[in-house]
Design a protein around this ligand. Structure first.
Ligand SMILES: C[S@@+](CC[C@H](N)C(=O)[O-])C[C@H]1O[C@@H](n2cnc3c(N)ncnc32)[C@H](O)[C@@H]1O
Ligand SMILES: [Zn+2]
Length: 278
């Protein structure tokens, strides 16, 4: 974390690596704020230490599912978009990065950039940091923090990616450089239709999200990705189900419909919104 560009979540001055390399310290002269770097290589900058975000179990299900390769086309599409807009050098923030599946894919494909993965879930961030360490991706830094109060100074970030995570427009606009990009990946209207058909008697298509940016960004381009997946085991079906919003919204009776399934075909539809800060 030698060349990190974090700011102190308390006094907002820059954070630098301590002499022994074990923590990040701010520039406050008397009693500087100090944040220890965990052995996995991430730092907790959540001022309130309120916790929250994905639980340990959710992170485990998500990791198992994503590592099975079913969502590789989404990572590939994101990398294709990023390659078309990325500067020769710069900083990408993956806001609400989860357990780092996509952040890591970006770091592999765009080695000219530095990467920050931020998430409120300590379990998710810990996993992301472990992943980066295992793959020796030193340009990939992880921190626990809310994305509604990011530990970055104004106009310090070149690109923000937001995949299936909340989208705080004002805060994203604050940290992005003028002309910086915000790429949002969100569920398209037929996303997970096959799974929904098993669970529910009445099926609705997904609507566009209500928290899309408006005032501070212009939409440069919208792209769509549609494909089908064939889930090959009950475990894969359960892993996918556990990482969807339906996991929390479905009755026990409907959840039990998944018990007897050993395979399932489902539509995957993702909308990619490419915004530029105005
Ligand atoms: C559906 S998951 C997506 C994770 C990852 N982007 C992916 O696609 O695999 C949403 C993530 O947003 C995180 N999250 C929710 N609210 C947050 C907040 N206020 N600040 C930071 N992260 C948040 C959750 O902890 C979770 O990891
Ligand atoms: Zn401070």
């Amino acid at each position: 974390m030698k060349n990190n560009c974090f700011i102190c979540p308390v006094c907002k001055s820059p954070l630098r690596l301590s002499e022994n390399g074990a923590s990040l310290i701010c520039e406050k002269e008397i009693k500087p704020h100090c944040f220890d770097i965990a052995s996995e290589g991430y730092v907790n900058l959540d001022r309130d230490h309120a916790g929250g975000g994905d639980s340990k179990e959710c992170v485990r299900y998500r990791t198992s599912f994503l590592d099975s390769g079913y969502y590789d086309p989404i990572a590939d599409k994101m990398c294709e978009i990023l390659k078309s807009i990325a500067p020769e050098k710069g900083i990408l923030l993956d806001a609400g990065c989860g357990e780092g599946f996509y952040t890591t894919s970006f770091a592999r494909e765009l080695p000219q950039l530095s990467f920050y993965g931020i998430d409120i879930s300590k379990h998710a961030v810990r996993h992301g940091a472990k992943r980066a360490k295992k793959e020796a991706l030193s340009g990939c830094i992880y921190a626990v923090s809310s994305i509604f109060e990011l530990p970055f100074g104004a106009e310090s970030i070149d690109i923000i990616t937001s995949l299936f995570a909340p989208c705080p427009e004002t805060e994203f606009s604050r940290v992005l450089k003028p002309g910086g990009y915000l790429i949002i990946a969100a569920a398209g209207e037929k996303h997970l239709l096959g799974l929904k058909k098993v669970l529910y008697d009445e099926i609705y298509l997904n609507e566009e999200r209500a928290d899309m940016p408006s005032d501070n960004f212009e939409l440069v381009k919208k792209e769509n990705l549609f494909f089908k997946i064939n889930l090959r085991s009950n475990e894969d079906i359960r892993n996918l189900f556990s990482m969807t919003p339906y996991y929390y919204r479905t009755s026990q009776k409907d959840k039990e419909k998944l018990n007897s399934l050993s395979s399932l075909e489902s539509e995957i539809e993702i909308d990619f919104f490419i915004y530029r800060k105005v």
